[in-house]
Write a protein that binds this ligand. Structure first.
Ligand code: 5GP
Length: 121
């Protein structure tokens, strides 16, 4: 999928729109979701221009992939959900209702999570 440089997360990375940052490393950024679905709801994104995980897995450098993975782990520890449990979700493309066309992982936790695997129907 062609990358849209005007998407909201591209603008957050560019510093044009503020975010509540949780963690940052060279190639990844984590910030609180603007509309939290759980007590802990943090988004972790690569700083590079990737829409989906398959694209990221195929094209991102080893350093970019390591930084994204490490950022997710840091967020789990910083927010405390590494202790209590958390759900990691990435919606990819139309069938998964991906709203923002920039790869992002939702780190969800802070209370007992229901049995449903995904948000939306
Ligand atoms: P998706 O459905 O694409 O997996 O999730 C997109 C997420 O981005 C939603 O949970 C939504 O609340 C969040 N979001 C959309 N716009 C903004 C924004 O401007 N700032 C932040 N922090 N989160 C946003």
């Amino acid at each position: 999928m062609a990358y849209d440089d005007t998407n909201i997360f591209a603008r957050i990375i560019a510093g044009e729109i503020p975010c509540k940052k949780v963690f940052e490393n060279t190639h990844a950024l984590a910030f609180h979701d603007i509309s939290p679905q759980m007590p802990v709801h943090v988004l972790v994104i690569p700083k590079g221009r990737y829409v989906t995980m398959d694209e990221f897995a195929a094209a991102a450098s080893t350093d970019e992939q390591a930084d994204l993975s490490r950022a997710i782990g840091e967020v789990a520890r910083i927010t405390g959900v590494a202790e209590t449990g958390y759900r990691l979700i990435a919606n990819n493309g139309e069938d998964a209702h991906q709203e923002v066309p920039h790869l992002h992982f939702h780190v969800l936790g802070g209370k007992r999570i229901g049995g449903r695997m995904i948000k939306g129907d």
